[in-house]
Design a protein around this ligand. Structure first.
Ligand SMILES: Nc1ncnc2c1ncn2[C@@H]1O[C@H](COP(=O)(O)OP(=O)(O)OP(=O)(O)O)[C@@H](O)[C@H]1O
Length: 281
């Protein structure tokens, strides 16, 4: 689903006398089927941006368009039903007595037939790589990694065409992180979904995203293809080197680079840009 932010600002009302401008004049668009990483320092407005896209917050000014329709128009329920939002630490949202009930909840509410729900559960358990043996267990008696997968599976059950994920690998060890990112890749491929992911991990930006939005103190500093954003000089050299190392280690070619030659060229140009930006460079 293509997304367009048109002059969006958002102000938190902290109390009657004060307000805080979390986002200012954000305009950008991302195509259908893209995997967009939202990056920026802590407090730069990343979560606010995806909450606006989820329809949880309403812009103070401007509008958010999905497939050309404003999210806050009266008839936008159908559109919003196609958006899935994975909060930070989604396992904190678990509530049901069994994993089965947790997964079935949304479709039951929507009045779906049991056979259809069971088939969907079978499919989604494969996407998140969980064994069907756990379906009758309490989600609260699973490991941290399994709990997170169940919580994510519950959202994927609804087949969102636009999936918003806020720091999906926070608090997981490196092996679990990689597995979690594979879940999203698999889902994206299967459902041809569009993904927006808030992340602090430059590794994940390089490895998984094709588009990228960089925020700084509530303002958009860059939006476009990941390779262009990375080459814009907005990513400092240590981080560039960190993911170059990760790419070599995993022998993984990110979507924005065709071959090793390009990787070397990209590192060199980032390094030269860094030099140019130095006061005496
Ligand atoms: N409910 C709120 N009330 C008032 N201010 C808020 C509220 N939520 C966030 N803010 C402020 O808005 C700004 C943007 O917050 P946001 O959570 O979007 O940033 P972020 O880039 O996602 O940060 P982080 O990387 O730490 O999660 C911050 O300065 C934050 O303090």
């Amino acid at each position: 689903m293509d997304v367009c932010f048109k002059g969006v600002s958002y102000q938190y009302e902290t109390n009657q006398a004060k307000s805080y401008k979390a986002l200012q004049e954000i305009s950008c668009s991302m195509p259908d089927g893209s995997f967009t990483a939202v990056i920026g320092k802590t407090g730069s407005g990343k979560s606010t941006l995806v909450q606006l896209l989820a329809g949880l917050l309403e812009p103070t000014t401007g509008s958010v368009l999905v497939k050309g329709h404003a999210l806050h128009e009266d008839q936008s329920q159908l559109l919003r039903a196609q958006i899935g939002y994975v909060f930070q630490y989604p396992e904190h949202q678990l509530f049901a007595e069994t994993v089965y009930e947790e997964l079935a909840f949304g479709l039951k509410l929507a009045g779906e037939h049991k056979d259809h729900i069971d088939q969907r559960i079978e499919d989604i358990m494969k996407v998140v790589e969980l064994e069907s043996e756990i379906l009758q267990r309490s989600p609260f008696h699973l490991s941290g990694g399994q709990m997170r997968r169940v919580a994510i599976a519950a959202i994927l059950m609804m087949k969102p065409k636009l999936l918003l994920i806020d720091e999906p690998t926070a608090g997981l060890d490196p092996q679990l992180k990689e597995g979690m990112m594979k879940v999203f890749q698999r889902y994206k491929k299967q459902e041809n979904a569009t993904i927006w992911m808030v992340t602090h991990s430059m590794n994940d930006v390089a490895l998984y995203s094709d588009h990228c939005i960089a925020l700084e103190a509530g303002r958009l500093v860059h939006a476009g293809k990941t390779r262009d954003v990375l080459q814009s000089g907005h990513v400092p050299l240590p981080q560039t080197m960190a993911f170059a190392k990760a790419l070599m280690k995993h022998q993984h070619r990110p979507p924005f680079l065709k071959n090793t030659e390009e990787l070397v060229g990209w590192i060199t140009s980032s390094w030269l840009k860094e030099k140019e930006n130095e006061p005496n460079g």
